[in-house]
Design a binder for this molecule. Structure first.
Ligand SMILES: C[S@@+](CC[C@H](N)C(=O)[O-])C[C@H]1O[C@@H](n2cnc3c(N)ncnc32)[C@H](O)[C@@H]1O
Length: 236
């Protein structure tokens, strides 16, 4: 871990919220099927976890998980790892996963940055996505935003070459922040032409927070970058 990565701050405030009976049941009964428990130390064996070797998608902060389950159900050739600290959201996601009968999804209720840092093998991810991450609008809280140079360093260790980073936000100031963080980094190549934002419908379902933002009149910004390791010979 680099010194810069060590300085990454928590990107969330834990709010327990009330679990519905269904969510509480799901967290108990469906955990053996869909839950991901982190080992005390070391990288997870993802082939053993999913019972196969397939391209893998890592979703940080999936909220209620409906969009994540829809993506997993619609893309059975990939395996999906979702992480969310808000347990009612995780319970809801488990109920959706059961309903959709998906076989390619595992979820964790820990800090997604820690999971990525301590338990994901190097170059193991085909795509990392963070849809509508908390915008931390006050200037003094900007250091808590997920998208930081140190987070890009961590992604560079976990994404496979040519892997994708897909971000979306309805917070214009955070969208600009994301662009200002990513564009100077030569390891991340913007896939939008002319860019920086993806034009037209993005390749993902609509999320709960997105619907809320749209109802308030917010514009939505998608950013899709391809990871190209620093020593790669391929042209930009
Ligand atoms: C604004 S919500 C967006 C939820 C969902 N992606 C959507 O679009 O509906 C952000 C979510 O990220 C979660 N979150 C923030 N930081 C996280 C972290 N480091 N690890 C896991 N979840 C995190 C929060 O609990 C919250 O549910």
């Amino acid at each position: 871990m680099t010194e810069r990565q060590r300085r990454l701050l928590r990107t969330f405030v834990r709010r327990e919220g009330r679990l519905t009976q269904g969510q509480a049941r799901a967290l108990e009964a469906l955990w053996p099927r869909f839950g991901l428990d982190c080992p005390a130390s070391g990288a997870l064996d993802l082939d053993a976890l999913f019972g196969r070797c397939a391209p893998r998608v890592f979703d940080i902060g999936f909220g209620d998980g409906e969009a994540l389950v829809e993506m997993a159900a619609g893309d059975p050739q990939r395996d999906f790892i979702g992480v969310e600290v808000h347990r009612p959201g995780v319970g809801h996601c488990l109920l959706c996963a059961e309903e959709a009968d998906v076989h390619n999804l595992r979820v964790a209720t820990v800090d997604g940055v820690d999971l990525l840092r301590h338990h994901m093998p190097p170059s193991s991810l085909d795509r990392v996505q963070a849809f509508f991450p908390d915008p931390w609008p006050k200037k003094r809280h900007h250091k808590r935003r997920l998208i930081q140079p140190a987070f890009l360093d961590l992604l560079a260790e976990r994404l496979a070459p040519e892997g994708v980073l897909h971000l979306a936000t309805d917070w214009a100031d955070y969208a600009e922040w994301m662009v200002a963080t990513l564009e100077p980094d030569p390891r991340f190549i913007n896939s939008a032409d002319p860019g920086p934002y993806w034009a037209g419908p993005p390749p993902r379902p609509r999320t709960k927070f997105e619907r809320r933002g749209i109802a308030k009149g917010h514009a939505v910004y998608d950013l899709i970058y391809r990871f190209r390791p620093a020593n790669s010979a391929a042209p930009r």
